[in-house]
Design a protein around this ligand. Structure first.
Ligand code: SF4
Length: 494
């Protein structure tokens, strides 16, 4: 077993509100809103109209001519509206379905538990029509237009579940029951589709028992490498998995698929198996409900398209709560609870919205406040830290502690870039590798002077484009990149 990593990073410890490993089935929702662009891919064409009856599992939108994957009705019922709404900063048509309460769904025709006997073309069709191919940052390649790359061009597949965020989906929960068996079969299916690839499984080294079990069950698979990696943030990013596992340079600003590498998560592999062997379209997924403002942090199975307000009903505690998707450092604020969850939701995090000002808060050791600095007592306390929205202090001048540099996973100098940007914007910033930024925001997190380095550098990148130093033209000549012209949509974050 191989152990690889990167320099820098930060291991989060002891935050309250970690989800327990139990998996609860949520109720069949009264209504769902299906965004016609879920996960990786362009916007889809609706195949239903208002008033139509639909069955759960039925395809309600697809666009085989453009890079995308079909979307399904996740409950049975009647289409009551098709309207455009703002969904993560893009106007996306949404099909609203009023449910009839039944839990049944239509299976995908042609699936087979004996999947090994199916030809590769059939496997690809099952993966595509199930909607599973929309998952992760670059989708899953098939002979359909489900990714920027094609199956034969994939040299490596990285499957990861490292858990380096403050809150993570539990590997044990995903692999419980038949999960592990499905996961191993799912890897074999993906290997059969992308037959020239090697599979690299990157797991959390602190979960020794799971890693050892998978290792013993897969020792016969010559194309599989297993890596136990330290769960330090942001190890789960494609930009770090590719160099630390494959030793390849990452084309910053582009994606792993552009250099023939597919990065997917464990849940996507299990769902690939369920699509092919059980005929299950991607109509539900496991979501971790986390954070100190969640009454009972746990994992739930939830139908795609369920409005967030239904998922959160009776689950939040406290008067002022901020709900965030995926990551406290980089995630989206989920302010509009009428919006639906889509295929990519993994963690929903609820934290107290705390805007109280504390005088000289940054000087207090605060046992419960997380701190990178070893001068704070809290850095030696590993439990009961409470995440909230407070910065605990105001922006002050840089004290040149160098913390932002020492944690930076891509070896840039955030403080230098920030100081230069305050004076001018020119090509010098290219030499300081401003475009290698991966937006992990760890520099802002550790800065004792509360300087918003992450957002300052992001704005700096935008100014660079304005003065003609375009990221893409800088990086493109260095690589042989695939599929750049076909996909113009928004890539989904991890
Ligand atoms: S972490 Fe903040 S205070 Fe320390 S060097 Fe970086 S910018 Fe300056």
């Amino acid at each position: 077993m191989k152990a690889k990593t990167f320099s820098g990073g930060f291991k989060f410890r002891g935050f309250k509100g970690q989800p327990n490993d139990a998996l609860a089935d949520s109720q069949i929702p009264r209504k769902v809103i299906i965004p016609l662009a879920q996960g990786f891919g362009n916007i889809l064409e609706p195949m239903v109209k208002v008033g139509d009856s639909v069955k759960a599992g039925q395809i309600v939108a697809r666009n085989d001519e453009s890079i995308s994957s079909p979307a399904h009705a996740s409950i049975s019922g009647r289409v009551v509206s098709i309207e455009k709404k703002n969904f993560f900063n893009r106007e996306v048509p949404m099909v609203e379905i009023e449910g009839d309460g039944s839990a049944e769904y239509e299976k995908i025709p042609g699936h087979s538990a004996d999947w090994e006997k199916l030809p590769v073309e059939k496997l690809e069709e099952l993966l595509y029509t199930s909607g599973v191919t929309a998952l992760d940052r670059d989708g899953i390649p098939t002979s359909f237009k489900s990714s920027v790359t094609k199956p034969k061009a994939v040299s490596d597949i990285i499957i990861h579940c490292i858990g380096s965020e403050i809150y993570n989906i539990s590997l044990e929960t995903l692999l419980a029951g038949k999960g592990l068996e499905k996961f191993i079969e799912g890897m074999k299916i993906l290997r059969k589709v992308m037959s020239s690839s090697r599979i690299h499984l990157a797991l959390n080294k602190d979960k020794k028992h799971v890693v050892e079990k998978i290792k013993s069950l897969t020792s016969e698979l010559p194309w599989l490498n297993i890596y136990a990696l330290a769960p330090k943030y942001p190890q789960g990013y494609d930009e770090l998995l590719v160099p630390s596992i494959l030793g390849k340079e990452f084309p910053f600003g582009y994606s792993a698929a552009d250099i023939g590498v597919i990065v997917i998560n464990v849940q996507a592999v299990i769902q690939s198996y369920e699509a092919v062997a059980e005929g299950k379209p991607l109509i539900e997924r496991t979501v971790a409900l986390c954070g100190p403002s969640m009454k009972n942090p746990q994992h739930i199975k939830v139908r795609v398209g369920t409005p967030l307000e239904q998922v959160l009903e009776g689950r939040l505690k406290g008067d002022k709560v901020r709900v965030v998707l995926r990551s406290l450092l980089t995630g989206f604020d989920l302010n509009d609870h009428s919006l639906p969850i889509d295929k990519t939701f993994s963690q929903i995090i609820a934290i107290p919205d705390n805007d109280d000002r504390e005088f000289l808060a940054f000087l207090r050791p605060g046992l419960r406040d997380n701190s990178f600095s070893n001068s704070f007592l809290s850095s030696y306390v590993v439990a009961n830290k409470t995440a909230d929205t407070n910065l605990y202090g105001e922006e002050r001048p840089c004290v040149q502690c160098g913390y932002c540099i020492s944690v930076c996973p891509v070896k840039i100098y955030p403080t230098l870039l920030d100081r230069y940007l305050r004076v001018k914007v020119d090509e010098t910033l290219l030499r300081y590798k401003i475009y290698n930024r991966i937006e992990c925001n760890l520099c802002s997190y550790v800065c004792p002077s509360k300087i918003p380095l992450g957002s300052n550098l992001r704005k700096g990148k935008m100014k660079m484009v304005e003065v003609g130093c375009d990221q893409y033209s800088c990086i493109k000549p260095k690589y042989d990149l695939q599929g750049l012209d076909e996909y113009k949509g928004v890539k989904v974050v991890r």
